[in-house]
Design a protein around this ligand. Sequence first.
Ligand SMILES: [Zn+2]
Length: 471
Amino acid sequence: MKKHFLQFTVFAFYFILFTSAIRAQTAPPQELNKREADLLELVKLDKTIKLDIRYATADNFVGKAVYPESRAFLQRDAAKAVARVHQKLKEQGLGLVIFDGYRPWTITKLFWETVTPEQRKFVADPAKGSKHNRGCAVDLSIFELKTGQLLPMPSGYDEFTTRASPDYVGGTAEEIKNRELLRNLMEAEGFTVNPNEWWHFDYKDWESYAIYDIPFSKAENADKTKPKPEIEERKEWKKFFDAADVTGGIYIYDLQKNKYTIYDRQRMNKGFVPASTSKIIHSLIFLDSGAVADENEIFKWDGTKQRIAAWNKDHNLRSAFQVSAVWFYVEASKRVGREKMQKYYDASNYGNRSTNGFGSAYWVKGNLLITPREQIEFLVKLYENRLPFSPRAISIVKDVMINEKTDKYILRAKTGWSDAYTPNVGWFVGYVEKGNDAYFFATEIDIKKDEDAARRQIVTKNVLRSMKIIE
Ligand SMILES: [Zn+2]
């Protein structure tokens, strides 16, 4: 009897270990109503802040560099608070040295996969994420401005012993004084010290931020650091529309060059119903909120005949996205509820953020409007992982969006068609990832007859080909 119990326990142990490993890889937490990332680089606020980013070197407990660059970012308010602490220290000939700040979720996952099972208790489980992933945790200490030397503290950084506790009473009087100086200044600025690590502080607003997976190269808030984009109008692009016998506009944004190339300017900032292009944000919302478990969860078709044959069957998120099955999205939106949908629109700054008509396909005929330029701005944030959705939701949606994949580029896109207006509103929006650059597009045409629908893609691809973005 006892033996069987032991076997069961061993089995249960391995079962839990195994399933938690799987969970760790596929499921960061589902969270609601988070804010868009607004990260600032600390040294840009004050270049005398010293960086000692151990994870960018082999000098850390993993024994190898896991960050590609020595850089430290925090959410705007937390970053400013750290800079104020540094200012106060400067008055005493001291300054802050930063060991770590915002950490992309992929790195947390990498830690988890790299460390030995015994070390796992010291690293964050990627299934839960860490406050570093939210850009609201900072690991730091104090150094002397004149010599550059770190002040003595009761323990080293990332030393996993009782001496690392902020309440450890051993250590020299000088070490304790230094530790208390750091803690008092940080607490006065809204930070809380970690109960096991005197060097780790969490900023008070951490719960309002999501777990982000923005690489360092894109971490700084692009909206606020970038100059206004250049806009080049190409009147001759009318020929692409004439050739397809449709009227409309196309807007291309080169992220690297921060430049729009457009036809025609009249429509660029005009609001239209997003129709099924809203399936991009709605898929993110369904996955992030847990209303839809994953891209494979089946929704039963209720037997109501729809105008498009491909809609008249059971669908999962992936198939519903591909054939643009409206009923699936109406059902899933009801699972989320209007209030939560509204909060997601607000947090993502999606179009005019209206949920009027909720309960039906209001994105086709309601008051929700989005301009071609806003479509592109939203897609840029999706591409850069800045949106307030979990890394898991973002990666599933990016996968579902793939429209064309070659060895040279990946094109992700979504069509949209609203028959609630005369002429009908037709969209094709997305982006092409090519090497290190990404080109975003929003094409909006007047659909006057059914054959025009296919011309959304034809015009877009002809323009992209003319710019040598695709082949
Ligand atoms: Zn930390």
